[in-house]
Each structure stands twice: as structure tokens, then as C-alpha cells.
Write a protein that binds this ligand. Structure first.
Ligand SMILES: Cc1cc2nc3c(=O)[nH]c(=O)nc-3n(C[C@H](O)[C@H](O)[C@H](O)COP(=O)(O)OP(=O)(O)OC[C@H]3O[C@@H](n4cnc5c(N)ncnc54)[C@H](O)[C@@H]3O)c2cc1C
Length: 386
């Protein structure tokens, strides 16, 4: 008589960079498991392509339907994660408003980050951010209304209306400021507006752009962004935002658009999981195997996990691959190896056909890194949908 092998139940919460990597790795190992993905969206957001949605890219470049990523054997449950019941070993999710209990042998929580406005008065209500396809499309629509209205204004008012403030001098702030400068100048000409009225300021609270990278990289990035006509202000922290005026620590600025790239924090839903403690950098403390210290069947992946270099897509993918392999080894009763971080490579586009490449002590900038960046984006998109 054949003995029936039990099939492990694996629940992956979140279908972003980490969640997708977990599932893809599990599928590659051919592990005998039932895989369920719990996700609040039926697509995966490719965040690095969101800036392109404001300028010319098509929505399909930043959002990939999950049915094109996962084969049919992966069950996709469109639901909102609620909590984990460790004792009963169930994940609780809200599906069409109804609590659904999902029994698990292993669960991976990969809920990503959210925008953090640090309680700065007016900021959440008045600024734009890049956290979703909808937010990128809202900014695109806003710019069209700014350009349409600027045509009808007196010069001084038009200058204020066409003034954009990008807050945050990290990789996102640099990329978005450079992209928008080119785009808005082009759109102003099409609208019959003097393009010299378009101004973009990049504001950074610390003393230099890319403050987490070397001083040499900061100098190169600042020189590059200035040649594109973007004004750079360092040592300026945003304090509050009104409808068309923002207050920095020592000046008031009239502006038509504020874009906030200066703060993210891990998804608030992590706080609902019992056993979660946060590190100094406010990420979930995990063991050497990326599990919760209180439950070795609950893994945390991506931006939420307090691993070295978290907060990057490449780290989220690396976490996800490790967890996929580790769960397979657990199911097969094999020895486990601890997680090893992967030193990230930065390729930061700053304007058309120019990017800054940095890996450990290697530094390279110009056209070739920008081609490399396009190849990396293309390779990732191809790898998940092939
Ligand atoms: C504009 C922008 C550009 C970026 N560019 C780069 C870059 O060039 N290089 C780089 O390395 N990193 C980049 N990053 C960072 C990178 O995108 C993140 O580090 C990465 O997305 C983290 O992966 P994750 O799987 O943890 O989270 P995510 O990819 O955000 O996935 C989280 C998933 O959880 C789902 N979810 C959230 N809440 C719930 C809930 N309650 N219930 C169910 N599902 C839920 C979401 O829908 C999503 O599918 C960028 C980020 C942004 C915002």
C-alpha cells in the first residue's frame, strides 16, 4: 500500500520583490508543498519604473499581473493580511471583508514599507510620493493641470506654480529630480510656456546628497544634478507644508508641487504580529535564519526584516531566495545554513543616458552604467514573467 506523503502548507504574505522570490525559489526546488500567496493587489509593483509613469512609460512596465508571474499551482488569495495566530498555526486575512483562516506549516511575511511623513504638518495631505502606480499617475495628472494653469498666470505667479520641490537627496530624490527637469521643460514648450520658468529644487536635510554613500560619490552626484539645472539645497529640513508654500528650517518657499522621497518605514501591519520586536532602525528583529525569535516557522523577508542592507529590492530578492531554499531544506529534513547578506550594487540613473554605478570600492559613471541599469531592469522583469 502506498503511504500518503503530507503536503506542507506554505503561506507567503505579500507579492513584492521578496514574496515573488520566495515563491519562484520554492517552485524551482520542486518541493512538495501547497503554496498560497496572500496579497492585497493582483499585480506586483516594480517600483524603480514608477518615475517613468510620470514621463512616458506605460503602466505595464511598472505593474505585472500575478497570473503572469506564478503558474496555476500557486494559489493567489486577494486578501488583506490581518495577523498570525502562532498557537493554532493559522494566518488570518480579510477576504472580501470576511476573516479567512489559512493553516500554515511555514509562513513568510513580506509586507514591504510605507511612506513615513514624520508627522510634518500638511505633508501627507499636500505632497506627492512614489509608492504606487496610482500615486505616480496622480502626479502626472497634477503636472498637466499645473502647466495648463501656469499659462494663464502673471509671470511671478507662474514661476511659483512651475516650481517643484523634491525633498530627499537619496537615490530616489536624485533620479526623480533629474527625470522631472527634462520632462517639465519639454512639456512647458509643448504648452507654449517659457521653459526657463520651470525650476526644480532638491532639498536634503543632511550636509550632502547620498549621505549614506562616500563623499566622493556625493560630490559626483551633486555636480551631475547641477549640470541638469536642478538647484541643490543641503542642510535644509522640511518643517511644514501649506497649500502653495513650504517652510524649510530657515526659509519659506512658494511652490506648485512637493515630492516627498525622504522617508519610509516598514509596513504598519508588522506590529500586529505577536513576537515582533523592532531593531534600532525600526525593522523586525530576526534570527540567523530570518525567522521570528519566538516562532521558527514564521519568516520575515524584504524591507521588514532587520538584515544588513534591507530597504533595497536586491536585498529583498536575496532574502526571498534564501527563505525559499531554507523552507525546502526544513521540509526535506536537511541541515540549515545561516543567512549571509549580499553587498548591494547601486546603479542610480541621474538624467537621460547617465547613471552612477557603485559596488564596494568600484565607482563608474556615465552612459555605460545607464545601459547596465536598463539591462538589470529588463533582466529582472524577464526573469519573473518567463
Ligand atoms: C520609487 C521607488 C524606487 C525604488 N528603486 C529601487 C532601486 O532602484 N533599487 C533597489 O534595490 N530598491 C529600490 N527601491 C526599494 C525597493 O522597491 C524595496 O526595497 C522593495 O520593494 C522591498 O521589497 P518587499 O518585498 O519587502 O516589499 P514590496 O515590494 O513593497 O512588496 C510588499 C507586498 O505586500 C503587499 N501588501 C502590503 N500590505 C499588505 C496587506 N496588508 N495585505 C496583503 N498584502 C499586502 C503589497 O501589495 C506588495 O505586494 C525603490 C522603492 C521605491 C518606492
Amino acid at each position: 500500500m502506498k503511504t500518503q506523503k503530507t503536503v506542507a502548507n506554505i503561506i507567503v504574505v505579500g507579492a513584492g520583490f521578496a514574496g515573488v522570490a520566495v515563491v519562484k525559489t520554492l517552485l524551482k526546488t520542486h518541493v512538495n508543498a501547497k503554496i498560497t500567496v496572500v496579497t492585497d493587489k493582483d499585480y506586483m509593483t516594480y517600483y524603480p519604473s514608477l518615475y517613468g509613469l510620470v514621463t512616458d512609460a506605460n503602466q505595464s512596465e511598472a505593474a505585472f499581473p500575478l497570473t503572469s508571474i506564478f503558474p496555476e499551482r500557486v494559489h493567489i488569495l486577494r486578501a488583506t493580511f490581518s495577523r498570525v495566530d502562532h498557537e493554532r498555526r493559522v494566518v488570518i486575512a480579510l477576504h472580501k471583508g470576511v476573516e479567512t483562516l489559512l493553516p500554515y506549516d511555514y509562513v513568510v511575511v513580506a509586507l514591504g514599507s510605507e511612506v513615513n511623513y514624520f508627522n510634518i504638518p500638511g505633508l501627507k495631505e499636500r505632497s506627492f510620493s512614489f509608492k504606487s502606480v496610482d500615486s505616480a499617475l496622480a502626479l502626472k495628472a497634477h503636472f498637466e493641470s499645473v502647466l495648463a494653469s501656469a499659462k494663464t498666470l502673471e509671470k511671478n505667479d507662474a514661476v511659483a506654480r512651475l516650481h517643484t520641490l523634491v525633498v530627499g537627496g537619496g537615490p530616489s530624490g536624485l533620479e526623480v529630480a533629474a527625470t522631472l527637469k527634462h520632462y517639465l521643460v519639454k512639456r512647458a514648450k509643448i504648452h507654449g510656456i517659457d521653459s526657463s520658468l520651470v525650476t526644480i529644487d532638491l532639498i536634503e536635510a543632511s550636509s550632502r546628497l547620498l549621505p549614506t554613500m562616500s563623499e566622493k560619490i556625493s560630490r559626483i552626484a551633486e555636480a551631475r544634478i547641477r549640470t541638469l539645472g536642478v538647484n541643490v539645497f543641503t542642510n535644509r529640513a522640511l518643517q511644514s507644508e501649506d497649500i502653495d508654500e513650504v517652510v524649510l528650517n530657515d526659509m519659506e518657499v512658494k511652490t506648485g508641487t512637493v515630492i516627498w522621497t525622504a522617508g519610509t518605514s516598514i509596513n504598519n501591519e508588522y506590529s500586529t504580529i505577536s513576537g515582533v520586536t523592532l531593531s534600532e532602525r525600526k525593522r523586525v528583529v530576526v534570527t540567523d535564519y530570518l525567522t521570528l525569535p519566538t516562532d521558527d516557522r514564521v519568516f520575515i523577508a524584504g524591507d521588514g526584516a532587520a538584515t544588513e542592507y534591507s530597504g533595497l529590492a536586491q536585498t529583498a530578492i536575496h532574502n526571498g531566495k534564501y527563505i525559499g531554499k531554507t523552507i525546502t531544506r526544513m521540509i526535506r529534513g536537511k541541515n540549515l545554513t545561516p543567512y549571509k547578506p549580499h553587498v548591494p550594487t547601486f546603479v542610480i540613473p541621474i538624467g537621460k543616458n547617465w547613471a552612477l554605478f557603485s559596488h564596494q570600492s568600484m565607482l563608474w559613471c556615465g552612459v555605460l552604467p545607464s545601459i547596465l541599469r536598463r539591462l538589470i531592469d529588463w533582466q529582472y522583469k524577464w526573469s519573473i514573467t518567463k
